[in-house]
Design a protein around this ligand. Structure first.
Ligand code: SF4
Length: 924
């Protein structure tokens, strides 16, 4: 739905969202230098006024709290000069002693293009190494390599408009409803306007996206290349190859067909574990129209054979000539806000810049001449996981990590920690003062964040937009491009005298056009901004750009002329041999004493998949600051099928431990038939800042695609076993006190920030006095400033305590020993919110806290709509009262009428109410 920009009264500026690769434009209202209102920008082509729940709550993430405010060396605050000189000197010394390849940068799709450009320039053109890689390696480097192999250039051949113009769309390895919600909203609307639009979803799980599908293929995890190879064979056998296009514009069809032809529908059905009829139906749908889109993301890319999967998809579009035209094409969607900008500047260690190749001597000399740089890297550098290996072997001795959190996101987090501990110099630039990676930094650089940073980003459809700085940065935070240029200048390099990001953007635009002559579609030289004013007024612009017959510059759909960026202008089919994920038997999990004493605690093997939840982003450093976003999924959960839950003897909410390597993760069970038996799904977001044992990446072994070096982060085999909890401790305390509280004192713990307070849940496995000792030490710690009240029930081992600061609630403790592993959910956060907000806590509320009597009005189930605070109970009541559609629920409760992210869940609640009704009717 399109939000209106009504209600903006003050100064309004446009920027782009800080989260996903959709790249929505946002209008911000400013008052006295503060951002006071946010709405989706109607004029932005990506979203036309829409936002999702994460974008909607961006203003709640601002503020000084939790920000890194000054540079530090070895935990000591220092001046910018000292920090910059120190890093420059240490890098220069290391390079002088061990060579250029002894240093590395690990950067991020969160950086703006200007930051990215200067980091790449410094490493490749001045230090002379290509040891710069980006965390986008983890999300879309397979897509990059797939496009490059097929088209000769990393060019996404589709636009968002294609989602509205197609007849059939295949969503492959993508839960777009949660990961790219605004595109999903556009698709929902397109389907509403054109009921003939057919949606096919290929996903091992039932998701909010698959629920909208006309056909859901719940295929075997990682088997997608088999499906698309079979589709290519089907296209050939049915005589549906577009011979004219193939002969005039492509090469190597027969090599690809040779590998694909054996993939009959029967073979596909067996490989993908799908019913044959579904495979045949899907093949018929793909070939029923010229307007077919394959929309794919991390489920395809994060694989040991991600590049082949991408090419298997592209092969089918080449064979049917369904690309380069409206409403069709192989459309890879990026994860991060500026992953595409990173691809443009050459942020990966095997790229140069502006789509030029590092292994091409002509390209290298073009870039070096343009930069007038002393050197140019002449071979690919280390990729993300390779950097870690080289740190461990002592080959890389200094690393600078910018705007990313590799301890959480790279596979084998323990190995990453070891590498950071071993490395002589670890520099981290970040805007937060704490995360799992900053804990290992020798030098910390405070960087600016969203609404402070000023530059450009490029979204998944190649649209370059301004991300505008409009509020003051806190403390001494500096822009990333400034920090990089300051270090470069301190290293005595001369090409970094920029005063404003406009100058960097201008240079980058010029470089993209240098000696290009149409050889590379990435040519944005026409977007040069000669002045800050021009830069500040830059409107969102898609590339490629071409001059039309009357000399005007216009957007030109890639490959619409059938010419590709290869040397002979033809696209290439790639022969693909489908393989399944590389899985290693998990290490035997050590059993706790409680498990040993309880024979019923079986250990089973599960194939674990991971991904995003609706309201969180990456490692939660930003989203967890918006308390509304912590309510939809407030703790890390493992989705597990009822048959597996029965094998493990666990109930909903009880804990399950997963082990694949040395590390163990512990998650509460969410029992659901959304996942198949033998499989599990866990979120990627939780890390040590929010849960002591819930980091998905720590389960993953380092298995990478041989072409793209992208890690396989979607499938891992793990041992699962039931966790027996002997005591639980739910603690809520004001945000200020929470800063001083160490939650890591029982077996495992979770932390959930709320408005003005933080909720902790701590669990003890073995019988011990740890929990009661913790309560005693907590009382001791805050004895001087707080007055404690306690109610103990010796019968059931339950204790509740409250600590008052004057008349205000400061701490609430709910402790319980558990006989039958009967863990309970943390106290109701809405209830606590109301009580923590009171200036004078009434006696009746103190009694309610001490007796655990949550007011009826707060018992509402889970939050469904984060925009209007609508909970399950309200929705169920409205359905009982006759609301039959999502629209009617919206009219009654407003749910779904803000960002629309909750609409799939509303549909699900309506459908399950229908099912109940039918079941009841059948019983009568
Ligand atoms: Fe931001 Fe949501 Fe748009 Fe993604 S879909 S850019 S998270 S508002």
């Amino acid at each position: 739905m399109s939000a209106s920009n009504k209600g903006f009264y003050g100064e309004r500026k446009q920027t782009t969202c800080a989260y996903c690769g959709v790249g929505c434009g946002l209008d911000i209202e400013l008052h006295n230098g503060k951002a006071v209102k946010l709405q989706g920008a109607e004029s932005h082509p990506a979203n036309a006024g829409r936002t999702c729940v994460k974008g909607t709550h961006l203003l709640d993430t601002l503020g000084e709290q939790g920000r890194l405010l000054a540079p530090q060396i070895n935990e000591q605050t220092v001046s910018w000069n000292q920090a910059t000189e120190y890093v420059a000197e240490r890098f220069a010394q290391t390079i002088a002693q061990y060579g250029a390849d002894s240093v590395a940068f690990y950067v991020s799709g969160q950086l703006l293009t200007e930051d990215y450009y200067v980091a790449n320039k410094l490493m490749k053109g001045y230090i002379g190494s290509a040891n710069i890689d980006t965390n986008s390696r983890l999300c879309m480097s397979s897509a990059v390599a797939g496009y490059k192999r097929a088209f000769g250039e990393d060019v996404v051949p589709c636009d968002y408009r294609d989602l509205e113009q197609c007849d059939v769309i295949f969503l492959v390895g993508s839960n777009a409803a949660w990961t790219h919600p605004v595109l999903f909203q556009r698709l929902q609307l397109a389907k509403q306007n054109n009921p003939n639009l057919t949606i096919v979803v290929l996903d091992p799980r039932v998701t909010a996206t698959s629920e909208m599908a006309d056909l859901h293929l719940q295929l075997e995890p990682g088997s997608d290349a088999g499906f698309y190879n079979g589709l290519l064979a089907y296209i050939a056998c049915q005589g549906l190859i577009n011979n004219r296009f193939v002969s005039e514009h492509t090469d190597d069809l027969f090599a690809a067909l040779e590998k694909a032809i054996a993939w009959t529908p029967e073979k596909v059905a067996s490989f993908c574990q799908l019913p044959l009829e579904q495979v045949q139906q899907a093949f018929q749908l793909f070939t029923s129209t010229d307007k077919v889109v394959s929309f794919y993301s991390m489920g395809i890319n994060q694989s040991n054979s991600g590049v082949d999967k991408c090419n298997a998809i592209i092969n089918c579009h080449l064979a049917t000539a369904t690309l380069g035209k409206p409403g069709c094409g192989p459309f890879s969607i990026t994860g991060q806000p500026n992953a595409m900008g990173g691809r443009e500047v050459g942020g990966l260690s095997n790229q140069l810049t502006a789509h030029l190749d590092i292994d091409n001597a002509e390209h290298r000399s073009l870039v070096q001449n343009f930069w007038q740089s002393p050197v140019i890297a002449d071979k690919a550098g280390a990729s993300a996981t390779h950097i870690i290996d080289k740190m461990l072997s002592g080959k890389i001795k200094a690393i600078w990590i910018m705007a990313t959190n590799p301890v959480v996101s790279l596979p084998e987090g323990d190995k990453v920690i070891q590498a950071l501990q071993q490395c002589d110099l670890v520099v981290v630039s970040d805007c937060v003062d704490k995360n799992d990676t900053l804990a290992y930094a020798n030098v910390k650089f405070p960087a600016t964040g969203w609404l402070e940073k000023n530059g450009t980003v490029t979204n998944s459809e190649r649209c370059i937009s301004r991300q505008r700085g409009m509020i003051e940065a806190p403390g001494q935070a500096k822009h990333d491009w400034q920090i990089i240029c300051d270090v470069a200048k301190a290293m005595n390099f001369s090409g970094f005298d920029y005063q404003h990001p406009q100058q960097i953007f201008d240079e980058f635009c010029r470089l993209s056009g240098e000696k290009n002559q149409g050889q590379r579609l990435f040519d944005i030289s026409a977007m040069q901004c000669h002045s800050i004013e021009q830069y500040d007024t830059l409107k969102p612009q898609q590339w490629p750009l071409k001059t039309n017959k009357i000399g005007q510059l216009q957007y030109h759909r890639p490959f619409s002329d059938g010419r590709f960026s290869t040397t002979n202008g033809k696209a290439r089919f790639i022969a693909v041999t489908p393989v399944l994920p590389e899985l290693t038997a998990p290490q035997a999990a050590p059993r706790t004493k409680a498990q040993q004493d309880t024979p019923s605690t079986a250990q089973i093997s599960l194939l674990i998949n991971s991904g995003r939840v609706r309201d969180q982003w990456h490692t939660m450093t930003r989203t967890a600051r918006a308390h509304q976003l912590n309510r939809h999924t407030s703790s890390p959960q493992l989705s597990i099928h009822p048959t597996d839950a029965a094998r493990l003897n666990v109930d909903d909410g009880q804990f399950i431990a997963l082990t694949s390597r040395a590390e163990r993760v512990v998650l509460s069970a969410q029992i659901t038939s959304d996942v198949k038996p033998g499989q599990g799904f866990m979120p990627i977001h939780w890390n040590r800042q929010f849960a002591s044992h819930a980091n998905a990446a720590s389960l993953y072994r380092t298995v990478v695609d041989p072409v793209s070096a992208q890690p396989q982060s979607k499938q891992v085999l793990a041992h699962a076993s039931k966790v027996l909890v002997s005591a639980q401790l739910h603690i809520a305390m004001t945000t200020e006190l929470a800063e001083q509280f160490d939650a890591n004192r029982l077996s495992f713990s979770q932390r959930c920030p709320q408005q003005g307070f933080v909720q902790f849940s701590l669990y003890q496995e073995q019988q011990s006095d740890c929990a009661t000792e913790l309560i005693d030490s907590l009382q001791d710690q805050f004895k001087a400033q707080l007055k404690w009240l306690r109610l103990m029930s010796s019968a059931d081992g339950q204790q509740r305590l409250i600590a008052m600061h004057g008349d205000q609630l400061a701490i609430y403790v709910d402790y319980q020993t558990l006989d039958n592993n009967a863990v309970t959910a943390p106290p109701n956060s809405q209830w606590l919110s109301e009580l923590f907000a009171q200036n004078e806590l009434l006696n009746q509320h103190k009694t309610a806290l001490l007796t655990g009597q949550v007011g009826d009005k707060f018992v509402n189930g889970e939050q469904v709509c984060s925009c209007f605070n609508v909970y399950q109970k309200h929705i169920s009541q409205a359905i009982e009262q006759g609301a039959n559609t999502v629209q009617e629920l919206g009219e009654k409760l407003q749910c779904g009428t803000g960002c629309g992210s909750c609409k799939p869940e509303l549909s699900r609640m309506l459908a399950s109410a229908d099912t109940n009704l039918i079941a009841m009717e059948k019983c009568q």
